[in-house]
Design a protein around this ligand. Structure first.
Ligand code: ADP
Length: 170
């Protein structure tokens, strides 16, 4: 599966994947960070559709159209807030990636791009988050050949280095 996972540095709002994930909050009503950037790039119709979804649990995902984005769909997933690692954070973070990929498969997507969920404002240590993310993605890909490529779109070099290291250890 490793050959179907790519790590790049960039801005996920410019992604041309079939679907992009959004590190949302449980209200799905927009926030800062990558969430704010995705809403700005997609336009106000994205928030209008999100309002019809009535939120989302941490570790699950909900899908909308992509509106002004190149991506056809946005997979909104609230990541866990880091609180030391003893509150099920890893299971919830793995759930984010798995739930997004399940929705992507159901909607016929072949390529999916993710930001580094929970490692911004939510404070998840990036080295740990990278290992959880990539093993969840690799597990999913092992039994889902319909997904041709999953890309981690890292906003900065430090984040990219953490995902590169985790991929080489996979
Ligand atoms: P969370 O609340 O889940 O921690 P954040 O949006 O605060 O979410 O941060 C998640 C990651 O997304 C961070 O690594 C941040 O640098 C990154 N990020 C912010 N803007 C973008 C963007 N336009 N494209 C890709 N990643 C981004």
């Amino acid at each position: 599966m490793k050959d179907r996972i790519e790590i790049i540095q960039g801005d996920i709002t410019r992604s041309d994947a079939d679907a992009i994930a959004n590190a949302a909050n449980t209200s799905l009503l927009g926030g800062g960070g990558v969430d704010g950037a995705i809403h700005r790039a997609a336009g106000p119709q994205l928030l209008a559709e999100c309002r019809t979804l009535h939120g989302c649990e941490t570790g699950k995902a909900k899908i909308t159209r992509g509106y002004n984005l190149k991506a056809k769909y946005v997979l909104h997933t609230p990541g866990p807030v880091w609180s030391g690692g003893g509150r099920g954070e890893a299971e919830k973070l793995a759930g984010c990636y798995r739930s997004c990929l399940e929705l992507a498969s159901e909607h016929g997507c072949r390529t999916v791009d993710f930001p580094s969920i929970s490692t911004g404002v939510y404070g998840y240590p990036v080295d740990r988050a990278a290992r959880v993310a990539l093993s969840a993605i690799a597990d999913y890909l092992a039994s889902h050949p319909e997904i041709e490529r999953v890309r981690m779109v890292c906003f900065d070099a430090h984040t990219k280095a953490a995902y590169d290291a985790a991929l080489s250890e996979l």
